[in-house]
Design a protein around this ligand. Structure first.
Ligand code: NAD
Length: 265
């Protein structure tokens, strides 16, 4: 049976690859993006998110899956709005349409950058749903230049990964039979990384931060296929996971023991 997918960031990179594969398979895709999409909307604002959700639910009463790919990596305050609130508020707004599906699913794109240094205050403000405060903290960091401003990106992804774990097990998601998970890519060759990867210096910087012993930089399709499985009927029990689909970057950086959380209890 044909499934209806809502995909954000459908005009480029990972979102475009995911939409193309699903359309090839005969599935229905409703793309959301700033332009070149079924729904043109700006997910950086509360109004834009509400508008996008309302229009998606006008186009489809029942939504079988939401795949949230839209994101930016610029060292500017807007990054927390698009990457965190643009995902969490949209997903929450679409819950009624997901609930009408026989097999509802949701997956978001976080990043291995969620493992990098970040602003704990911004992460907490985001998780508390306080967008004005998160933006204020982001603005103060961005004012110190791009190096400090970059902290907005890992903060947005750390908050998103934590939101997925926290929300996935609640009555709204697990209780409603909706698996909610995240994928954390390494370095994906898309317009987002094209500039950085175009010079040897940029490439060396990226590779030092994101070591990928397996198969080097990855294609958008390498993430798309995992997002598609996570939101397929076959995924019945995988919930609250942040899957590092990153050529081994997470294992390289965090090592072999990430399970010691209960050892001292
Ligand atoms: P991309 O730039 O190719 O695509 C991102 C899409 O999001 C674009 O089409 C853009 O128009 C859309 N978008 C941006 N701001 C928006 C807004 N305000 N409202 C609506 N749409 C908006 O980038 P990509 O590499 O495909 O990135 C997709 C996701 O993957 C992002 O969340 C990114 O953070 C994440 N990610 C990317 C990499 C990488 O190496 N490329 C690594 C880890 C995580």
């Amino acid at each position: 049976m044909t499934r209806t997918y809502v995909i954000t960031g459908s005009a480029s990179g990972i979102g475009a690859a995911t939409a193309a594969i699903l359309r090839d398979r005969g599935e229905r895709v409703i793309g959301i993006d700033l332009r070149d999409a079924d729904i043109e909307a700006d997910l950086s604002t509360p109004e834009g998110r509400a508008d996008a959700a309302a229009r998606a639910m006008e186009l489809a009463e029942t939504i079988d899956a939401v795949i949230a790919c839209a994101g930016i990596s610029a060292p500017i305050p807007k990054t927390i709005s698009v990457n965190y609130f643009g995902v969490t508020e949209l997903l929450t707004a679409l819950l009624p349409a997901l609930a009408r599906s026989q097999a509802p699913r949701a997956a978001v794109v976080s990043s291995m950058a969620s493992l990098q240094p970040n602003s704990p205050d911004m992460v907490e403000a985001a998780l508390a749903g306080d967008e004005p405060k998160a933006l204020e903290i982001a603005a103060a960091l961005a004012a110190q230049g791009p190096q400090v401003g970059y902290l907005v990106y890992p903060s947005s992804k750390r908050a998103l990964s934590r939101w997925v774990r926290r929300e996935s097990i609640t009555p709204a998601w697990a209780g409603a039979g909706i698996p909610l998970n995240a994928v954390a890519p390494g370095t994906v060759v898309t317009p987002m990384t094209a500039g950085l990867l175009s010079t040897p210096e940029g490439q060396a910087m990226v590779d030092a931060a994101v070591p990928m012993p397996l198969n080097d930089h990855q294609s958008p399709e390498s993430i798309a296929y995992l997002l598609i499985w996570l939101t397929s009927v076959e995924n019945t029990h995988l919930a609250g996971q942040v899957i590092y689909d990153d050529g081994g970057a997470d294992a390289t950086l965090r090592g072999d023991d990430i399970w010691s959380w209960a050892d001292s209890r």
